[in-house]
Design a protein around this ligand. Structure first.
Ligand SMILES: Cc1ncc(COP(=O)(O)O)c(C=O)c1O
Length: 474
């Protein structure tokens, strides 16, 4: 195939545009889970790679057909699985521009535009989340990498205080770091510790209460048992219950021991903007680092995570790179690659900037409050059905549900069956989990476009599936 012409470009983008609009317009009515399977999608895509290139418009048309076939409508207003979030229209459009511009956001000299977008967004984020205006911000792929980046800064800081330079001398022979973490810490905290060479064996687990919150007295006890460089990992928003660790007390206890406090707030940190739930993050500003996502509750397209560190010099110390050919700005402007693990990367600041501008402060608050209120509504409606139990205190956007039958020993199986039936009913999509050794259904409301009607339709589907599953077991 020869070079694509300008007319090819217009044609191929027109096809992508039309197919995208068709898809996005269909979301409110579209079954959330596709009937097509992975095998169907593979059959449509897995032809031998041609020797000669094909016309771009035909390629994109084929991709659109095959991709849509097995795409989960995870930005549907009735997608309640995991904590995925939808996509704000302005953020999708900004993401299209990001692809068209194809900026490498790693270096200021490679793209003043992307660097400016990040630098413009960072103070908005700090202000909205109620974090210190002097904190440094890195734009990463997701909360896994945000946890990694923040904990790299923590590792740098606690070892520096112990007289050790981990960036030059590595970890061999270094003072041992202890990581005091909630027994409910998200698995990505474990992932970060593995990648940082600290290992999950460094964790001193702290007991949690019935909602999954770290028990402050147990934390104090754990801290009494550790000496030397210490990092405390706390959580704003448990992935199952949405509960929050008592961060103010944790920070106070940890700082008495000169420990670094990291907050994993993948979605929960956004409670800071709520008119009714901001108390859940009380004391959060006093921590040393924070990890959160924009692709979850802020509803910008995947991928977008944010690493924030209260001590820019520790953040910089852990992440910055030097090479002769890197034309870093002499003006000490923020060089994007000095704050993240990636070198070259996507310019995520544009979608963030557009998403936040389109919401405004009030719109963001309304979106967060609305999701929380809808999670409460789901719990209230489900509670009306005898045999349905809400397992958690619905403090933000997460509801945990368990289904009971005649014989309590069959409740795990019944709950799993209801989840499967609901998934097959295709009105909505949600997933399961284990909570305190019991099977449960997870219901996460994190999409800007979800309405009370969506919740009612979803609850009707859940109740119908529960009655059917229970009826068949009698
Ligand atoms: C509390 C918590 N931390 C970290 C993560 C990981 O986030 P990501 O998938 O963006 O890497 C999640 C994801 O659900 C989470 O809920």
């Amino acid at each position: 195939m020869s070079r694509p012409s300008t007319s090819d470009l217009a044609d191929v983008l027109r096809i992508a545009h039309e197919r995208s609009i068709d898809y996005l317009d269909s979301l409110p009515e579209r079954p959330v889970f596709p009937r097509a399977s992975f095998e169907d999608a593979l059959a449509a895509l897995a032809a031998p790679l041609p020797d000669e290139g094909e016309p771009a418009n035909e390629v994109i048309d084929a991709l659109a057909r095959a991709g849509e076939l097995a795409a989960v409508a995870s930005s549907s207003p009735r997608y309640f699985g995991y904590v995925i979030g939808g996509t704000l229209p302005a953020a999708i459009a900004a993401d299209w521009l990001t692809s068209a511009w194809d900026q490498n956001a790693g270096l200021w000299s490679a793209t003043p535009a992307a660097s400016a977008a990040e630098q413009a967004v960072a103070p908005w984020l700090l202000d909205l989340l109620g974090l210190p205006s002097t904190a440094s911000v890195g734009f990463v792929t997701g909360c896994q990498m945000a946890n990694f980046t923040c904990l790299a800064a923590a590792r740098h800081a606690v070892l520096r205080r112990a007289g050790w330079n981990v960036e030059t001398d590595g970890l061999q022979g270094a003072p041992r770091i202890r990581v005091v973490a909630s027994a409910e810490a998200h698995v990505t905290i474990h992932g970060a510790l593995k990648m940082l060479g600290l290992g999950t064996g460094a964790i001193v687990p702290v007991e949690t209460d019935g909602e999954g919150r770290m028990i402050e007295a147990k934390l104090r006890e754990a801290l009494r048992g550790v000496d030397g460089p210490t990092i405390v990992c706390t959580q704003a928003g448990n992935v199952n219950t949405g509960s929050f660790d008592p961060i103010a007390g944790i920070v106070e206890a940890a700082h008495e021991k000169n420990a670094w406090v990291h907050v994993d707030g993948a979605f929960g940190l956004w409670a800071a903007v709520s008119t009714t739930r901001a108390h859940l993050v009380r004391g959060v500003a006093l921590a040393d680092s924070w990890a959160t996502d924009a692709h979850k509750w802020l509803n910008v397209p995947y991928d977008s995570g944010i690493a924030i560190v209260a001590h820019p010099e520790e953040h910089f110390g852990a992440m910055s790179l030097k090479a002769e050919y890197l034309e870093k700005t002499a003006t000490a402007l923020r060089e994007p690659l000095d704050w993240v693990p990636e070198f070259s990367r996507r310019a995520r600041g544009f979608a963030l900037w557009a998403g936040l501008r389109s919401l405004g402060r009030r719109g963001l608050t309304e979106m967060i409050d609305r999701c929380c209120d809808l999670a409460v509504l789901a719990a209230e409606l489900l509670r009306k059905e005898p045999g349905v139990e809400i397992l958690n205190d619905v403090v933000v956007n997460q509801t945990l549900i368990r289904f009971h039958g005649e014989d309590p020993s069959g409740d795990d199986r019944l709950t799993r069956e209801v989840i499967t039936r609901v998934q097959e009913d295709r009105v909505c999509w949600l997933s399961g989990t284990r909570w305190h050794d019991k099977e449960a259904m997870r219901f996460s409301v994190s999409n800007w476009s979800t309405t009370a009607r969506d919740i009612e339709m979803t609850v009707e589907s859940i109740v119908r599936c529960y009655r059917e599953a229970r009826g068949e077991r009698r």
